[in-house]
Design a binder for this molecule. Structure first.
Ligand code: NAD
Ligand code: MG
Length: 303
């Protein structure tokens, strides 16, 4: 019997509390939607660290918000696990997206870039069509794009702003999943990015937090609806993660400087620290996991 699995090089233990930069973080702000490449420090999406082992060989994945943050970490990991990957992002995010496309290609996989605004139903339909065409099918859908703007008071949230959050975080997944469903065969998966905000909403994230409760809810509802069809639906619930969304209106400057300080690990998380969760939920060996919310929040906020 071959014992290939035993050929592993040992790695030193890493202390999760000190593995990444700790607060206080440098004051910074960017116009929305922000670029990961312009953050200080630049977030870790696993560019130098993620090592694949064929867990998603031959899969075809579409990831919204795949240019930066959790979506980028998932895109890099998926490609290195053997999947072809299409990413959606906003035209303003082209510099971040270009880097992700290069990384997917470097992993030897097909990379499809589909920029566009998810607040339009017609674009959501076209996004799925283009992804299916480009990838030659679809079996992993990661609905990850999100809009988060901090407002001290409900009185500061205009109807237009409220609508923007709802369109991005609730309508777009609805439109995209509807368009994708006819293409998803048994064994396919849908993964939504929810948040600890779904269950522990912050005072200043009135509109955003309720969209994340909606995400957790649609994951559980759809899991029941699609289980009999062999399609699994799960959610990832991050805690405070160092991403462009937080420096482009998502957090107050005070919160940003101390981001994650109140978590038991004492720091913000990095997108790379969630990559393996997106992989795990997509992999075929997770075949009994559906309707689940998997979290990574530094010790706070259980999903
Ligand atoms: P991010 O800014 O890197 O990614 C969000 C992405 O959403 C953007 O890159 C952008 O491409 C996309 N997007 C936003 N509006 C869009 C629109 N109208 N059309 C098309 N694309 C649009 O930030 P992130 O933190 O990685 O966010 C990814 C997901 O994680 C979001 O759903 C967010 O709510 C969730 N989340 C983030 C945190 C955190 O602390 N960073 C915590 C919990 C959940
Ligand atoms: Mg981005």
């Amino acid at each position: 019997m071959k014992e290939e699995h035993k050929k592993v090089t040992s790695k030193p233990l890493e202390d999760p509390a000190t593995k990444y930069p700790r607060p206080p973080y440098q004051e910074q702000t960017q116009p929305w939607p922000g670029l990961a490449g312009k953050m200080t420090p630049v977030p870790d999406h696993g560019e130098k660290s993620y090592v694949g082992s064929g867990r998603l060989a031959g899969r075809k994945a579409l990831i919204t918000g795949g240019d930066s943050g959790m979506g980028r970490a998932a895109a890099i990991a998926y490609a290195r696990e053997g999947a072809d990957v299409a990413i959606n992002y906003l035209p303003d995010e082209e510099p971040d997206a270009k880097e992700v496309i290069e990384l997917i290609k470097k992993a030897g996989r097909k990379a499809i870039a589909i920029p566009g605004d998810l607040r339009e139903e017609s674009f959501c339909k076209k996004l799925v069509e283009d992804a299916v065409k480009g990838l030659g099918g679809l079996d992993i859908l990661v609905s990850n794009a999100g809009r988060q703007q901090t407002h001290e008071s409900i009185l500061d949230i205009s109807t237009a702003q409220f609508d923007w959050t709802m369109k991005t975080n609730i309508y777009a997944p609805f439109w995209i999943i509807k368009a994708a469903l006819p293409h998803l065969k048994p064994g396919s998966v849908i993964i939504g990015t929810t948040s600890v905000q779904a269950t522990d909403p912050s005072a200043e994230l009135y509109d955003y937090a309720q969209t994340k409760a909606a995400t957790t809810s649609f994951v559980k509802s759809l899991a029941k609806q699609l289980g009999p069809k062999g399609i699994r639906v799960n959610g990832v619930a991050p805690g405070p993660i160092w991403t462009a969304l937080q420096v482009s209106g998502g957090a107050t400057m005070e919160k940003l400087k101390q981001f994650g300080a109140d978590a038991p690990l004492g720091r913000a998380g990095q997108p790379a620290e969630l990559a393996s969760i997106y992989v795990q939920l997509a992999a075929s060996d997770a075949s009994y996991a559906t309707g689940q919310i998997y979290g990574a929040a530094g010790g706070n906020g259980q999903p």
